[in-house]
Write a protein that binds this ligand. Structure first.
Ligand code: ADP
Ligand code: ADP
Length: 228
């Protein structure tokens, strides 16, 4: 079944002479459970596309639907990991509270929320840092906390914008493995933006290649190995 449907999506920043079309008339679908990567040159509109899908930017044209329902605000079964960890965590909340934060709107009781947060932190290789404040961790660790927060809510759709840009090579491999396990074991649909073609081919089931700005799809490639 289709998890995500993007139809005729455009986004323009500004108006008049200052107007800049970042995304023009993009259409594609992502099947439930698929890990789709988006690659394209820097500045082509990848982040804009992801933010529009997440309901964080209103599209100037077109629609985004999640399991058939048109997205108008920020959907609650969707989680986003941004590239910029320095702006994604609440600085006044402990790491544990940051990871638990999106679960406030769930029906889970307090103890379960805490367990979820602990498990998610452990999954990204960060056990025992619940009580620290974000600034007490390195940039790469803060990025892993952002990933843990996204995983803790067990979203149906996980949107990731260059999520591994700030972590070291070994951690990156570990997180790529984790992402694949999340996809196969929990059936999470993933849309991952990267400028690393190697990563997209290694990690994805599919690679959408975007053109220079304004972004449009120049190739839609099945990649990855058939199931063993
Ligand atoms: P975004 O595409 O999300 O806007 P940026 O253009 O800000 O990302 O790039 C993020 C980081 O990746 C920067 O440090 C930039 O120098 C680097 N970068 C961007 N494009 C490439 C590329 N094709 N190969 C290697 N590094 C790149
Ligand atoms: P990518 O993620 O592929 O690097 P972005 O989506 O970040 O691309 O940006 C696409 C284009 O839109 C770029 O030319 C960028 O300069 C422009 N842009 C991004 N954010 C804004 C903004 N808030 N206002 C105006 N232009 C923007």
């Amino acid at each position: 079944s289709t998890m995500l449907e993007v139809s005729g999506l455009s986004h323009r920043y500004g108006t008049g002479d200052a107007a800049h079309v970042a995304v023009r008339d993009l259409s594609f679908e992502v099947a439930a459970g698929q890990l789709a990567c988006i690659v394209g040159p820097s500045g082509c509109g990848k982040s804009t596309l992801l933010r529009a899908i997440a309901g964080l930017l209103p599209p100037t044209a077109g629609t985004v639907s999640l399991h058939g329902d048109r997205v108008t605000g920020v959907p609650d079964d969707l989680a986003v990991v941004f590239q910029d960890y320095s702006r994604s965590l609440f600085p006044w909340l402990s790491v544990g509270k940051n990871v638990e934060f999106p679960l406030r709107w769930s029906k889970l009781d307090k103890a379960t929320r805490r367990t979820r947060a602990r498990e998610a932190l452990s999954a990204v290789g960060l056990s025992g840092v619940e009580g620290k404040l974000p600034w007490q961790l390195s940039g790469g660790m803060q990025q892993r906390v952002s990933i843990a927060r996204a995983l803790a809510s067990r979203p149906a759709l996980l949107l990731m914008d260059e999520p591994f840009a700030s972590v070291d090579a070994q951690t990156r491999f570990d997180l790529e493995d984790l992402l694949r396990r999340v996809q196969t074991e929990q059936g999470t649909t993933v849309l991952l933006v990267t400028h690393d073609i190697d990563e997209s081919v290694y990690l994805g089931d599919r690679v959408l290649v975007l053109s220079k700005s304004p972004a449009h799809i120049v190739a839609d490639l099945p990649v990855g190995l058939p199931a063993q």
